[in-house]
Design a protein around this ligand. Sequence first.
Ligand code: NAD
Length: 368
Amino acid sequence: MIKTIKMGLIGLGGMGKTHLKNMADIEGLEVTAVCDADSKRMDSFQGARFTNSSELINSGKVDAVLIATPHYFHTSVSIEALQKGLHVLVEKPIAAHIYDAKKMLEAHKDKNLVFAAMFNLRTDPMYRKLKNMVDNNELGKIVRVNWIITNWFRTYAYYTSGSWRATWKGEGGGVLLNQCAHNLDIIQWIAGQPCKVTANIGLGKYHDIEVEDEVTALLEYSGGATGVFITSTGEAPGTNRLEIAAEKGKVVLEDRKMKFVRNEIEMSEYSKTAKDMFGMPPSSEAIELDFTNGNGEQHVGIIKNFRDAILGKAELIAPVEEGIRSLELGNAMLLSGILKEPVEIPLDSGFFYSEFNKLIKSSAFLKR
Ligand SMILES: NC(=O)c1ccc[n+]([C@@H]2O[C@H](COP(=O)([O-])OP(=O)(O)OC[C@H]3O[C@@H](n4cnc5c(N)ncnc54)[C@H](O)[C@@H]3O)[C@@H](O)[C@H]2O)c1
């Protein structure tokens, strides 16, 4: 039985460096090896250093790896690590597209190996509260989900900070894949996966990039609910407002406050039975919860949960099997925006892959 998990950290850029710092304070695991394609990024690390992830994986120095490379490498590195019997925690998005993500799931044959995704927003008490309310049927049947998440503003300097960023070939997408991986995960975690999306996307609308930096998507759910998902990296000041309308009331999350108005009679029942032609279902006073004091353990929480799952002490907060859904949703929006037509979910990953490759092949974009 492992007592201290020997961790290998692959990718020591912005996110990887934060993980390294965080893991120094987490009990029960020790970073024994790191890997970055750029050796200078590992200068200050005292343990084993590799510039090639295969060497780290085969070094015998680690029980588990945390992968924080650009997205495309998530696939090859996690598959190799699983095949070598290592536990894997992979950054979001779990892959650049659903075609690669499926290969990762297929490689997860040994279910004793923990395969987790860094969906740190799942540790946020505000989203956990909303998920509990939905799971406990406090809201009743959901009829509409709206998320305006336009506070992902990014400058052009951000996009030039890595040559891989914001290119079809290097990153595989834009705001849907990178920033919104979190929001797409939360929206499907709480409200389920839509069965159809119709999206309007802006490719390089606000920045000199080739991928999407604005999206407005209509969501349709099999139970009849609809939704709208709006995002942008070009809008300031942006908005982060998630609203769920359901039979038993309405919840709004904005500015880290939750406002819930409860219908005392389900709205469809009231609509059918009320005699007053302009009546409204009787409702509670607005219940307000304030989450401005903290947003939970975030990355640290996911790493601790990964450790505990390896030790057999906890269920995973974000298994990779669930991480594929946000990717599928984002890929469906991208495909819909490119084809200018509705796209059904489950997404045909082979079709997506062939359309996606057309974007790569036709790219004549030269990044400044
Ligand atoms: N969970 C979050 O909140 C969060 C936040 C930021 C980034 N991320 C994710 O982390 C990943 C990395 O993002 P970043 O912002 O740190 O990027 P970055 O460009 O700052 O760092 C990437 C690092 O990976 C290294 N690298 C590239 N290819 C490699 C390979 N094949 N093997 C080993 N090292 C390699 C690069 O040299 C670089 O140091 C992305 O997938 C991103 O989506 C997650």
